[in-house]
Design a protein around this ligand. Structure first.
Ligand SMILES: Nc1nc2c(ncn2[C@@H]2O[C@H](COP(=O)(O)OP(=O)(O)OP(=O)(O)O)[C@@H](O)[C@H]2O)c(=O)[nH]1
Ligand SMILES: [Mg+2]
Ligand SMILES: [Zn+2]
Length: 291
């Protein structure tokens, strides 16, 4: 049979096929080949032959893409999620996620949650990324602002929510899928501390899937040639061939059309500033790549 992995706990995977769920283990040879099944994988599997047994994943079908942070495969769109406040927005982390999505060949959209707390900041974030022609959705999982519009954007696709911890990814999934009751970060009275998502999982919805994923606070870019970074900024593209130097990195070169566009307010200054930081970071890593 063929199906899709929607959840993985330890060495057990939940495979969905034809609306039913099957618990399966991965064959030992995957471990020998150092392949681990990912949530989102399409697989061939052998269902259990008794009610209490488990099935076996026989084959992982070729992936159209994969992310390791967060760990999901075959994603159509990644919803890079940030909160307008609480936690304070980390836009460098947003930019890192956008670069990673671009490198993995996955379309990205920006979701600004918690607009009920700070609408001014939500507008500021929309301004910075709007000029990059990213689609920006300002929403509130708490009072429902923008949730209906977001629901219309999620049909028939596999969409992964990704972003900093506590921005409200699980809360947004709950708002989008009535009846779903994912645990969210409200401080629990029974356990101490707040609840946090620990595993990626896919939730079937409107003919597609939504992926909830664990949040993080740190994210490094993989080692890559820093000269490829500018190509991950869609708002730079229309200007690049107007820079004086071929291969201009838009740092300190004279007659740089990207920096001109920033001066004219066509590209966000903050995006270029953070680009410069990421470029520097990649340059250091790239220099040490043979160490
Ligand atoms: N004011 C406000 N609070 C929200 C909103 N959405 C979520 N929260 C709160 O933010 C906290 C974190 O929400 P979660 O949904 O658990 O966040 P998460 O992004 O899934 O966090 P991780 O699983 O740790 O990555 C919870 O206390 C939510 O109640 C919102 O739109 N407005
Ligand atoms: Mg969560
Ligand atoms: Zn330039």
């Amino acid at each position: 049979m063929t199906g899709r992995i929607i959840q993985g706990i330890g060495s057990f995977y939940t495979v969905e096929s034809g609306g039913l769920r099957y618990v399966c283990k991965a064959r030992g040879r995957f471990r020998k080949q150092k392949i681990s099944p990912l949530v989102g994988d399409f697989v061939e599997f052998q269902p259990a032959n008794s009610a209490d047994g488990e099935g076996a994943i026989e084959e992982i079908l070729p992936r159209s893409n994969e992310l390791l942070r967060p760990p999901v495969a075959n994603v159509d769109v990644i919803f890079v999620t940030v909160a307008a406040a609480s936690p304070e927005p980390d836009l460098l982390l947003v930019d890192r996620l956008l670069v990673r999505a671009h490198r993995a060949g996955i379309e990205a959209k920006i979701i600004v949650n918690k607009v009920d707390l700070d609408n001014g900041m939500a507008e500021e974030i929309a301004r910075q990324y709007g000029s990059a022609e990213y689609e920006v959705h300002c929403v509130s999982a708490k009072n429902g602002i923008g949730v209906e519009a977001l629901r219309n954007a999620v049909q028939y696709k596999t969409i992964a929510f990704a972003g900093q911890s506590a921005v409200g990814k699980s809360s947004l999934l709950n708002a989008l899928c009535p009846g779903l009751m994912l645990e969210t970060g409200a401080v629990s009275r029974i356990e101490r501390g707040r609840h946090t998502t620990r595993k990626a999982q896919l939730i079937p919805m409107q003919g597609g899937y939504l992926a909830d994923t664990p949040g993080f606070s740190l994210l490094e870019l993989d080692t890559m040639d820093p000269e490829l970074l500018a190509g991950c900024y869609p708002e730079f593209t229309p200007y690049e061939n107007r820079c004086r130097f071929l291969g201009c990195q838009h740092l300190n070169e004279p007659d740089c059309a990207v920096k001109d566009a920033v001066r004219q307010g066509l590209i966000s200054r903050e995006r270029l500033e953070r680009y410069t930081m990421l470029h520097q970071e990649l340059k250091e890593k790239w220099g040490k790549r043979y160490d």
